[in-house]
Write a protein that binds this ligand. Structure first.
Ligand code: AMP
Ligand code: GLY
Length: 442
């Protein structure tokens, strides 16, 4: 990295690291972090069956609700640095608690996590800072929603205000579908997350994910990525957590990124500061590139999944220092991430039925894998009698790097042919936007 990170001077000890979470995202973070020779041990809590396959990594069960025992356990393990992966512990204030107890944490406090856990708050935040986003209406009752939907002359999107595991957004095709979506949310489909509904102007354009590692004031951008949210090929079917991704996203030119920095990233960090929110973590900007320019679709207070699995192999062994600098408020802002001369792509293998009901517990067989610049990060797996079994909707993240996206996906799909479990499903068209030979293959 162009920051002087060749020595450990100025850094805290980084021998024992704890990563909280159990998905492909956390496994890929652990994999990237353990590359640094100063790191001796990476604990993943709770992790999954794939965590044990990662060098220096060990799964550990920690009860994060038992606060007294938590501090004792972390001290016993001599944890030097903690990375919180998912949004729920962040929204519940785990980072605040750990900081109050003198742990060094990457991840925003509850106040910063509000960018993700309240969509209406995030919309008002953007409105206040004049950050480009779709027009919106915050509604507190079905009656209010009905009035707005009825009188609206533009297509609307319906969103539950709170966290809903990526399932709280409806893109209706008619006013009737709009009513039913609002009704289902107010009727408790997402529990308290649906006490408030956000109606949004439906906007159009390609989507891109931008990640800013932030130390409270300064930030560093990771390579951009594009996710594939829909379940089926040709971007059809229901929204999922993400079926695959690629990075960097060539869709964004340098000029686009400069514009996004000026109109979106810097105003977001300034506004956080104005609100006295000391945001030490990653801000995930879910953007749509519309005809009138980039607009924020959503903020998340965590790394994207599967974007994280896609980007981590592009990081060098000093990545952990960047996270550490963010947690300490020590970024200079001049850090540059030296990405290799390679691009990266990820395909997710899911259980049949995902994102609705699905069964788990099926044995996973992995044949002969090309592991040269290819990784398999477990997303939802477990083990039974020493055998790897499915244990989630998204099961495995198959990732490859190469000099172009055609090669990346050719190799990722070749590896996928070696992976077998009952009901395995994946999209064949991940990265279609950037694969020159894609139409020839289909
Ligand atoms: P979110 O969970 O807010 O990222 O929304 C999930 C997906 O819904 C996004 O990735 C978009 O594809 C779509 N979406 C969300 N908001 C809008 C909007 N205002 N207009 C069009 N599509 C949207
Ligand atoms: N890949 C979308 C998300 O992490 O929310």
């Amino acid at each position: 990295m162009s920051i002087n990170l060749s020595s450990s001077k100025g850094f805290n000890r980084l021998e024992n690291i704890l990563i909280i979470g159990n998905g492909g995202r956390e496994n890929s973070l652990a994999w990237a972090i353990q590359k640094n020779e100063l790191v001796k041990k990476v604990y993943l809590s709770p992790g999954n069956a794939g965590s044990d396959r990662i060098n220096k990594c060990e799964r550990i069960a920690i009860d994060f609700n038992n606060k007294n025992l938590l501090v004792e356990n972390l001290n016993f393990l001599k944890i030097d640095f903690i990375v919180i992966g998912p949004e729920i512990p962040l929204a519940n204030g785990l980072a605040d608690f750990l900081r109050e107890n003198d742990f060094n944490v990457f991840g925003p406090g509850k106040d910063g996590a509000k960018l993700e856990y309240s969509k209406s708050w995030a919309k008002e935040f953007m409105q206040g800072a004049k950050i480009p986003t779709a027009n919106f209406w915050k509604v507190n009752s079905l009656e209010e929603a009905k009035k707005i939907i009825h009188s609206s002359s533009i297509p609307l999107v319906v969103k539950a205000d709170g966290l809903a595991s990526g399932k709280g957004v409806f893109i209706p095709d008619s006013k009737d579908e709009c009513f039913s979506a609002a009704e289902s949310i107010f009727n408790g489909k997402f529990g308290n997350s649906g006490n408030v509904v956000v109606l949004e102007e439906k906007i159009q354009g390609p989507e891109v994910s931008v990640f800013a590692l932030c130390d409270g004031e300064k930030y560093v951008l990771l390579p951009t990525a594009q996710d594939h949210k829909r379940l089926n090929e040709n971007d059809k079917g229901p929204n999922t957590g993400g079926m695959g991704a690629y990075s960097p996203a060539p869709l964004l030119t340098k000029d686009d990124l400069n514009r996004i920095t000026k109109e979106i990233i810097e105003p977001t960090i300034d506004e956080l500061n104005k609100k006295n929110i000391d945001y030490k973590g990653v801000i995930y900007f879910g953007l749509m590139i519309t005809k009138s320019g980039p607009k924020v679709i959503e903020y998340n207070c965590r790394f994207g999944d599967p974007e994280c699995q896609t980007i981590m192999p592009l990081m060098d062994k000093n990545f952990v220092f960047l996270l550490e600098k963010c947690s300490m408020g020590n970024l200079t802002g001049d850090e540059k991430i030296p990405t290799p001369d390679k691009v990266s792509g990820c395909v997710i293998a899911t259980s049949k039925g995902y994102p609705q009901e699905y069964k788990t517990g099926f044995p996973i067989k992995i044949g002969k894998i090309d592991s040269n610049d290819c990784q398999i990060f477990d997303s939802g797996t477990s083990s039974k009698n020493g055998e790897l079994i499915t244990n989630g909707g998204r099961v495995l993240s198959i990732v490859c790097q190469d000099k172009d996206f055609d090669k990346v996906f050719e190799r990722a799909y070749k590896n996928l042919k070696e992976i077998h479990f009952d009901g395995i499903y994946f999209r064949n068209d991940i990265g279609h936007q950037v694969r020159e030979n894609y139409s020839k293959e289909t």
